[in-house]
Design a protein around this ligand. Structure first.
Ligand SMILES: Nc1nc2c(ncn2[C@@H]2O[C@H](COP(=O)(O)OP(=O)(O)OP(=O)(O)O)[C@@H](O)[C@H]2O)c(=O)[nH]1
Length: 349
């Protein structure tokens, strides 16, 4: 008798005890500073992660930076662009319509073509502004979405200059708003004034109401890796790998819905063993998550981008202003709670 076909999990088990916040002091301070300098800014570039186009939206930006010319850039395009050309074009077209009238661009920071397209958009917008003192732009987005990498890439391709901003694989590398960095030189004969870009710290959402959204954000690196246990995150990754193709981990084991089986097999194969020969689950889970983040374990989106998903998302957005206020309240409470805990730790120890 042939073996029964493998059936992936249709849903990830609910995790009520999962942390739902990663709102830090420098996030709140960064957002407040952005608000205070907004009048000096001509355009906001809002970065979102291509793998989670809906989940990486931070409604607080829309609230705090409302009324400014806005460009949406989907970063890390290369990490989510598996699938057919038609599928990718359909996804892009849906996202463009969804954000209209704000323009939308997709970028891989290592693709000179993507960066040149972005530069020509920024140059055209700057020419239209007729601003003799130069255009001043600000890049915003969730932690680790790729803001500083984008700034460096724009500067490198446009001016052939080295890194101006620190980047890293963990969130929170940029913690303060510095000064604008030139990314486009002024051109003579009315060709446009110089363009400066201001990097900002990533800002997380004070409270993520949906556990699966928290898992997606953590898997994409918006949350520090000690917030969600690596075993849970690897299990969530396995859930998505199975929805795409169990072939993605075929070098380690046959299709499975059991993360322990996959971690045991991968640990054995890669030598991630502890004393006594037992598999190092935590180390192997982290290694597997990094492999996916670097594009070596499938390149796919975690958010579904379809007409119906966008309609459902748009309906949820209708209530956004109220939720933003609620989120702010929860965010403040989270910060208060943290400082209370710090004080009582200091007092007790
Ligand atoms: N594959 C790929 N990786 C990217 C891309 N853009 C950024 N990265 C990587 O993503 C990680 C985070 O990039 P950063 O530019 O530091 O992110 P950030 O948004 O400035 O982070 P914060 O400091 O938390 O605000 C780094 O490891 C980058 O190399 C991209 O387009 N493709």
């Amino acid at each position: 008798m042939p073996p029964a076909p493998f059936i992936p999990r249709a849903a990830f088990p609910p995790l009520d005890s999962l942390p739902r916040s990663y709102y830090l002091g420098h996030h709140a301070a960064g957002l407040s500073k952005m608000r205070s300098i907004l009048s000096q800014i001509d355009m906001v570039i809002e970065c979102r992660d291509y793998r989670i186009p809906l989940t990486s939206r931070n409604p607080m930006f829309e609230d705090a930076l409302a009324g400014k010319e806005r460009l949406v850039v989907y970063t890390k395009r290369d990490l989510g662009s598996g699938g057919s050309k038609e599928d990718i074009e359909k996804r892009h077209s849906l996202l463009r319509t969804y954000h209209s009238p704000s323009p939308v661009l997709f970028s891989d920071h290592k693709s000179p073509r993507d960066i040149r397209l972005l530069l020509s958009h920024l140059r055209a917008a700057s020419v239209a502004r007729l601003n003799l003192t130069g255009s001043h732009l600000m890049v915003v987005g969730m932690p680790n979405v790729g803001k500083s990498s984008l700034l460096n890439a724009l500067r490198q391709v446009s001016l052939n200059k080295g890194k101006a901003a620190h980047t890293g694989a963990q969130p929170g590398i940029t913690r303060k708003i510095g000064t604008g960095v030139k990314i486009i030189d002024a051109e003579e004969d009315g060709g446009g004034s110089a363009v400066y870009l201001l990097d900002t710290p990533g800002v997380f959402i004070p409270y993520v109401p949906d556990a699966s959204a928290m898992l997606k954000l953590a898997l994409c690196g918006s949350v520090k890796d000690n917030v969600i246990p690596p075993f849970t995150l690897a299990d969530y990754l396995l859930y998505h790998l199975n929805l795409h193709s169990p072939e993605l981990y075929a070098t380690y084991c046959s299709p499975t819905n059991d993360i322990a089986t996959l971690l045991d097999a991968a640990a054995k194969k890669t030598g991630r063993l502890m004393k006594g020969g037992e598999a190092d689950w935590e180390g192997t889970a982290m290694w597997m998550i990094q492999r996916w983040r670097n594009g070596f374990l499938g390149r796919f989106c975690l958010d579904e981008v379809s007409e119906s998903a966008l309609v459902a998302y748009g309906e949820a957005r209708e209530v956004a202003p109220r939720s933003v206020n609620q989120m702010r309240k929860v965010g403040k409470e989270v910060l208060r709670e943290k400082s209370r805990a710090r004080r009582s730790n200091a007092g007790g120890g």
